[in-house]
Design a protein. Structure first.
Length: 232
């Protein structure tokens, strides 16, 4: 990506430049609070997934199946948080003219075949959308549908394993691994969209958005999200 002069206007920024841009204090607080809650929810989900696989590797198959059943509940709490944030962005976007620059979902960032095909389809559609607003709204829709689909697939695979009814348990364990990875991709994409969205909001719009999120303060937000890939 080529460099840009510091005199570029926000409208000229690339997605990556918007991610690297600083936020004013109030916007940064809103961003950190939202991210910290999402990261906490994902961390609990990820720990539960990893514990399931660790038990399986150790040969404790009954305990592994039980842990998978618990993991599904933790997953739903996390995906509910993620869906709530995406819904809040969509609702706030209806009340503002600001539409951040976004890039389509990259199929290379997904493992689950259906998620990868959906990302490819969204990328193709993005190329023909005429306005930034339509691309932004399409991205939010794509993320929300992806989260809901992945959550449903994870729940199904986890139920098959935990109930011991899977005819091909190995394939369902592989599914859990891929779906866990793809939900992390959706989280990272959402965080990038969130920051770009906050950059263009007025102070009053940030307040309204915070209320939509629930206004829950986080006393010790995390250090921020690390990204191995960014396509938002």
């Amino acid at each position: 990506m080529g460099s840009r002069r510091s005199t570029d206007s926000p409208a000229d920024r690339t997605v990556r430049e918007e991610w690297l841009a600083g936020l004013p204090e109030d916007k940064q607080r809103t961003f950190q609070n939202a991210v910290a809650q999402l990261e906490a929810g994902y961390a609990m989900f990820s720990i539960a997934v990893n514990e399931s696989f660790a038990l399986r590797r150790s040969g404790a198959l009954v305990r592994a199946r039980e842990q998978v059943g618990t993991t599904a509940g933790v997953m739903h709490r996390f995906t509910d948080q993620l869906s709530h944030l995406l819904d809040a962005i969509s609702e706030q976007a209806r009340e503002t003219s600001h539409s951040p620059r976004v890039a389509p979902l990259n199929p290379a960032f997904f493992r689950w075949p259906i998620a990868r095909r959906r990302a490819s389809w969204e990328s193709a559609i993005d190329m023909v959308l005429p306005t930034r607003s339509l691309r932004f709204r399409r991205k939010l829709n794509a993320l929300l549908r992806s989260v809901n689909h992945l959550a449903g697939e994870f729940h199904h695979a986890a139920r098959e394993i935990s109930e011991g009814s899977s005819v091909h348990p190995e394939s369902h364990w592989e599914a859990l691994d891929s779906l866990h990875y793809d939900l992390n991709t959706c989280l990272r994409e959402t965080i990038v969209v969130l920051k770009s969205f906050l950059l263009g909001l007025s102070d009053s719009e940030v307040e309204a958005f915070s209320r939509r999120l629930g206004g829950t303060a986080v006393s010790s937000p995390g250090e921020g999200a690390g990204f191995s890939h960014i396509s938002a």
